[in-house]
Design a protein around this ligand. Structure first.
Ligand code: TZP
Ligand code: MG
Length: 209
């Protein structure tokens, strides 16, 4: 499938009533959902992904973080520096899987083999965030611009890390095609309203570019 990456929700496993929060966020305008839980077993990740796949509309991609086997129950897999390479994920999951790759350094974009195996690249993190304290050095907006320039439209670019409603437009203007968030939705008092607001901001900024 081709994933719509404009407003990408990465789930926080500590969220109360997570499935309800995800459903509300999708009703508010989230276009893609990632199941992320560093402490879950493969079976638990697969079960959650399968449950969300049943719950959500078919156009909303359900992506599993890190775990190739669990991703077989989802629409795709997201990998980063500590995971299998995108090319390995592609070989395992086949041409129909959505594969995303987090980069934490511009030089990684010189690896054509990995780029050819991906459906999107995530620039990670844009800003430092308490949600991922072990993230590498932040790119900032100039870094997002540099990544977007270097990618030159070869693949969609998603921005992640410290993004909220006040910062979303700036990362789109810097060249991202979508924003990925955890706390801006999972920690919001009203996740649906938070998603609606973010989606309006993202769509308006995309309309300017
Ligand atoms: N990868 C890079 S930053 C991050 C991940 C999973 C966490 C983003 O969380 P938040 O709350 O949107 O800053
Ligand atoms: Mg990972």
């Amino acid at each position: 499938m081709t994933a719509d990456l404009r407003l990408y929700l990465v789930t926080d496993p500590g969220t109360d009533g997570l499935d309800d929060v995800v459903a509300a966020a999708v009703a508010g305008g989230v276009t893609c959902v990632q199941v992320r839980d560093k402490h879950a077993t493969t079976q638990a990740l697969a079960d959650r992904a399968g449950a969300l796949r049943t719950l959500l509309p078919p156009g909303v991609a359900v992506i599993v973080d890190d775990d190739v086997e669990a991703a077989r129950s989802a629409d795709g897999l997201h990998v980063g520096a500590d995971d299998v390479a995108p090319s390995v994920a592609r070989a395992a999951l086949g041409p129909g899987a959505v594969i995303g790759w987090s980069i934490n350094h511009l030089d990684q974009l010189g690896d054509d083999t990995q780029l050819a195996a991906c459906d999107y690249v995530a620039v990670s993190p844009v800003w430092a965030t308490a949600t991922k304290p072990d993230a590498s050095a932040p790119f900032g907006l100039p870094g997002v611009r540099a990544v977007a320039d270097r990618l030159a439209g070869r693949l969609p670019l998603v921005a992640i890390g410290g993004i909220d409603r006040d910062r979303a437009a700036d990362v789109i203007r810097a060249g991202a095609g979508g924003v990925a968030v955890v706390s801006a939705i999972c920690a919001a008092p009203d996740p649906r309203a938070a998603a609606e607001h973010l989606r309006r901001v993202v769509d308006a900024a995309l309309g300017e570019t």
